[in-house]
Design a protein around this ligand. Structure first.
Ligand code: NCD
Ligand code: ZN
Length: 346
């Protein structure tokens, strides 16, 4: 049995760090293991201009624990009024690594997102021209579509038509949760990749609904049926360069999760590498973990893989992660994979 594994230092290609006291409380859990992360722009108010992104980047760097080296890769929140020239200037300066499409109403702080894709076309056309990636929250929000079908319907009615209209546009389908998403990415000839979260490799929708309602397993896109989880595991552990890690670690304080209208989001930054090593070991694919967590993402985003390495060790005694972390904003419950975590970063 393999009990040690050294891989290039991983990156997180989809992360929510929030701001203020929450940012200060969570950033160390990412910078401990990860060298870089794509930072989601859904703050209140959102990060919509290059100037907003530059200021947010400074706040992130100021919150880093002493001695940690971590590079936040900044994104812009796409609105119907985003200025293509500002996007291009941000990209050319090296600050902006992607633009994020939230269909209006799809998830946390997405009300300022896009309602009418036609209004976003000038920015998207500019991005296609300069080679800037669009990160997509791939869900429709129309009330007649079942929440478990939102991703599949988005692919058919929004994403595929957009890619036909603008084949040069590079698109990351973020947090893919369905077999439909996996198959769609695999069928694309170019310019499409997908990130997969830690938790969607581990839970299916039963985790949220069986034996009582479990708000700490609720996130968006919501976890789907078991067949979808299995398709995600196959994709993540295949070594296929189009699939890589984006944890979508999304902290909310417990009172906002444990209430009559709880927020979507699961906090996994602290134990992601332990969870992933467990999953890849179960799939007899530990040799593919480095591709998923450390190589495929940088290749897609045109960055070098990290030179440093981390060492994962399988211990007889499971690692003891806290059930909650305390932040200045309040307590945040840590993702419980419902199995003991023998792997840990040494
Ligand atoms: C995210 C958040 O809380 O910001 N929540 C989530 O469930 N993933 C938003 C998102 O990425 O959808
Ligand atoms: Zn997210």
């Amino acid at each position: 049995m393999t009990t040690e594994l050294t891989i290039r230092r991983p990156d997180d290609w989809h992360l929510h760090l929030r701001d203020g006291a929450m940012l200060e409380g969570v950033i160390g859990d990412t910078s401990r293991h990860f060298a870089r992360a794509i930072i989601m722009p859904n703050l209140v108010p959102p990060v919509v201009t290059t100037a907003d992104a530059a200021a947010y980047r400074d706040r992130i760097l100021a919150a880093l624990p002493e001695g940690d080296r971590f590079e936040p890769l900044m994104t812009l929140y796409l609105t119907e009024h985003t200025d293509p020239d500002d996007v291009e200037a941000g990209y050319e300066s090296g600050l902006i690594r992607a633009v994020k499409l939230y269909p209006a109403g799809a998830t946390t702080n997405s009300h300022g997102g896009v309602r009418d894709m036609d209004k976003a076309m000038p920015v998207l056309e500019r991005m296609a021209k300069i080679g800037l990636t669009l990160c997509v929250h791939g869900e429709v929000t129309t009330p007649d579509v079942d929440i478990f079908d939102r991703e599949a319907v988005f692919i058919e009615t929004v994403l595929d038509p957009l890619r036909a209209r603008l084949p040069e546009l590079r698109v990351t389908m973020e947090h893919v949760t369905t077999k439909n998403g996996v198959d769609y990415i695999k069928s694309a000839k170019a310019n499409l990749a997908g990130s997969i979260t830690t938790h969607h490799l581990i839970i299916n929708r039963n985790a949220i609904l069986v034996g009582g309602i479990k708000p700490h397993y609720y996130c968006l896109p919501v976890a789907k049926r078991e067949e979808h989880r299995l398709a995600l595991r196959a994709a993540a552990t295949s070594g296929d360069g189009r699939f890589f890690l984006g944890t979508d670690s999304a902290p909310h304080v417990d009172p906002l999760k444990e209430c009559a209208c709880g927020c979507a989001g699961i906090y996994t930054s602290i134990n992601t590498m332990s969870c992933l090593a467990h999953v890849f070991e179960e799939e007899r694919a530990l040799d593919k973990l480095e591709a998923f967590a450390s190589l495929n993402g940088p290749a897609w985003y045109g960055l070098p893989a990290n030179a440093e390495t981390i060492r994962l060790v399988r211990r007889a005694q499971p690692a003891a992660f806290p059930a909650k972390i305390e932040t200045g904003a309040g307590p945040v419950t840590v993702f419980d994979p419902m199995f003991p975590l023998h792997w840990d970063v040494a």
